[in-house]
Design a protein around this ligand. Structure first.
Ligand code: IVH
Length: 684
């Protein structure tokens, strides 16, 4: 039987108690237990219930409160002009609804113009300057009384101790103290280094916002100074004297002229119709900037209209914060498992109760490595904060400790490989752990998948699923086995017919003629990526020469050096590697580097031309060879540096789109012939 729905009064009580607890954790202890998005949802539910049941509304409800209370460690500071909060809009309709209310209140006047700016994710602060000298810095507190943090504010490099220009006798500048992402990363890096020295697990900071808030509310200013905080100014408090200001954007310009940091992205717009475009632009920038923002603030730009609109108990009516979709949510950590990568690396990951975050549903999230699990101390059964920002892979930020089950125990890294059962060994001096079994099924599959990949031997019809089956059935154990595989056995497998077996056999056969550089890359030799594979092939001319080369000779290759040379030399010295190459040679693979014919005129010297699709007069590699023979390069993908994209039949759609976006000319085969001849891109 389903639970009976709670009556509104009980639900309101529950929500108020929860919100009060979370507000204390957030504002006073700087240790929030739930992400902001969850807090906002609870607050919204409470506001809706209070709207529907006005008799249950109270003055001390969290819906009427600005921020949190103050900490007794700091002297109280009374804000003569209260530091208010902002109302939120969670979608465009709510934003438009707000605009309609503004227009209604300003009836009879032209539609208001707005200023649009970022909602920085930090801690609000008020700075008081008297005769141009910084005399006080205070937190917002409950909006009326904040905390005196002058000693800490003085350590922030962005905050001038003296104003410049034409400053008034008294000025309160308000804004957000925040931590740059680069400073946050550096701080955690220092934590890791410090932990190494003591042999303890590092204590990592969870996110820049909490760290900034915690750093500002330190009794010891030395700690604050160490954390590299930053500041953006976005509002005025008390001002005595000074110019007659008429708009918000003009105010910001003036604050900037006094030496206070204002954000460069604030922009005036003529009407609400432009706001959606601005929000979309900001959303695109969300992961480009060196600081976090969780919303976009729209403010009525005209200060006279702002005064006319006024404020309610909590926030001004002339501004609204549009909240961007949350990038952090909470969910249950069902279990921690370890996946084995193609090179045997063991990576712990979280199996989660699926949660919608950062625009997608997330069911698993990486935990990176053993140290990270220990530093975060996440345990199966925990409620955890999950973060997915932009295209970044989802990550578990940390546990919500107050929700931890009483019987929970720390998670321990498994001792054995979940695939083959052999030992997992932590790499010396590194955070990574590996399966030591070279013959582990996962590693075998990983090596073959890589070998067959497009950038290596490009073996069509040998996808991950087939590799998986062939390895599981023992048909292949290493890449050389592909060339002696028993195709009669393949034919017996479900899903294979004469035709598909023939296709696979042909594809494997064709791969024998792939260039030596591709083969070297395909062998997964440490340090040998695509580019180094080609370089190695070109430098020594043949597999025999590479195998016979000394460390010094390899190190002398342009762009290599000792680290690469030692790794390459060590790999070729292993008997298994020599055996493998012996069998690949016997199978008839290309072991000589193609001799580049330099007799053609070097029309494409230093230029890059990409080819996609089938050309009538060239084979697949022939077109590339023609480019290389003329001194050019022909990589597989289009970039801004590409001189032209040549397309034949069935070109790759993404390459064409990329070329169009990057303004790279697209040529057909006849254009290509002209280009080869003259080195100039013909008019299209
Ligand atoms: S204006 C009277 N502008 O968001 C209006 N606030 O949720 C006061 N915030 O307390 C606020 N960026 O800590 C304003 N561009 C911005 C902001 C901003 C971040 C913070 C500020 C405020 C909170 C309200």
């Amino acid at each position: 039987m389903a639970d009976a729905p709670e009556d509104p009064a009980t639900r309101i009580d529950t929500l108020r108690a929860q919100l009060n607890r979370h507000a204390r954790a957030y504002y006073e202890l700087d240790a929030p237990e739930i992400p902001d998005a969850d807090y906002d949802r609870l607050l919204r539910e409470l506001a809706d219930l209070e709207d529907a049941n006005p008799e249950l509304a109270t003055d001390d409800s969290p819906t009427r409160r600005v921020g949190g209370a103050t900490n007794t460690a700091f002297a109280p500071v009374t804000h003569t002009v209260p530091m208010m909060s902002l109302h939120n809009a969670f979608d465009i309709d709510e934003l438009r609804g707000w605009n309609e209310r503004v227009e209604r209140r300003l009836e009879g006047q032209p539609v208001p113009a707005y200023a649009v700016e970022l909602k920085f994710d930090g801690l609000a602060i008020s700075l008081r300057y008297e005769n141009g000298v910084l005399v006080q810095g205070a937190t917002r507190g409950d909006g009326k009384v904040g905390e005196d943090v002058t000693h800490n504010v003085r350590t922030i490099a962005d905050i001038p101790s003296h104003l410049t220009g034409d400053y008034p006798p008294v000025l309160e500048a308000r804004g957000e103290v925040y931590m740059r992402l680069s400073s946050f990363a550096a701080l955690n890096e220092r934590q890791v280094e410090a932990a190494k020295a003591t042999g303890k697990e590092p204590k990592l900071y969870i996110n820049p916002r909490n760290t900034a808030a915690g750093s500002l509310r330190q009794v010891d200013a030395g700690v604050t100074a160490d954390r590299e905080l930053s500041f953006f100014c976005y509002q005025l408090g008390v001002v005595e004297g000074g110019p007659e200001l008429t708009s918000h954007t003009q105010t910001l310009e003036w604050l900037g002229s006094l030496g206070l940091p204002v954000n460069e992205h604030t922009k005036a717009i003529a009407s609400i119709d432009e706001v959606e475009g601005r929000i979309a632009e900001f959303q695109k920038k969300r992961h480009e900037l060196d600081y976090e923002f969780d919303g976009v603030v729209t403010k009525v730009n005209d200060l006279r209209l702002q005064r006319e609109l006024g404020a309610d108990a909590k926030a001004p009516r002339w501004a609204i914060a549009y909240k961007l979709p949350p990038e952090e949510r909470t969910t249950t950590l069902l279990d921690i498992e370890v996946s084995i990568g193609p090179s045997g690396q063991a990576t712990p990951f979280a199996r989660l109760d699926p949660v919608f975050v950062g625009g997608v549903t997330v069911g698993t999230a990486t935990l990176h490595n053993q140290d990270q699990v220990a530093a975060k101390d996440v345990r199966p059964g925990d409620t955890v904060i999950v973060r997915r920002a932009g295209d970044v892979i989802p990550e578990v930020v940390g546990p919500v400790l107050s929700d931890r089950p009483a019987d929970s125990v720390p998670w321990e890294f498994p001792t054995d490989c979940p695939v083959c059962g052999e030992r997992l060994v932590r790499d010396e001096g590194a955070a990574a752990t590996h399966c030591v079994n070279f013959r582990c099924d996962r590693q075998i599959r990983g090596r073959i998948e890589h070998f067959a990949g497009r950038a290596a031997m490009d073996i069509e019809f040998l996808g991950e699923k087939n590799v998986d089956r062939f390895v599981t059935l023992g048909l292949v154990e290493d890449v050389a086995d592909l060339y002696t595989m028993d195709f009669d056995k393949v034919l017996e497998l479900e899903g294979f017919k004469e035709k598909s077996v023939e296709n696979l056999r042909t594809a494997i056969e064709i791969s024998k003629s792939r260039p030596l550089g591709n083969l070297l890359f395909g062998l997964r030799i440490p340090e040998i990526g695509q580019v180094n594979g080609q370089t190695l092939a070109a430098a020594f001319g043949s597999m025999d020469h590479i195998m016979a080369a000394s460390v010094e000779e390899i190190a002398a290759v342009d762009g290599f050096g000792m680290v690469i040379a030692e790794a390459v030399h060590a790999w070729f010295s292993r008997p298994e590697a020599q055996d493998l190459i012996g069998r690949l040679t016997a199978a008839g693979l290309t072991m000589e580097a193609a001799i580049v014919d330099r007799s053609a005129p070097q029309t494409l010297e230093g230029k890059t031309v990409v080819v996609s699709g089938t050309l009538a007069g060239f084979t697949r590699d022939g077109a590339k060879e023609a480019i290389v023979a003329r001194g050019g390069k022909s990589p597989g993908s289009v970039s801004k540096k590409t001189l032209a994209l040549v397309i034949g039949a069935d070109p790759g759609a993404s390459k064409v789109t990329k070329a169009e976006e990057a303004g790279v000319p697209v040529l057909d085969e006849s254009g290509f012939l002209e280009l080869l001849e003259s080195g100039e891109v013909p008019e299209v």
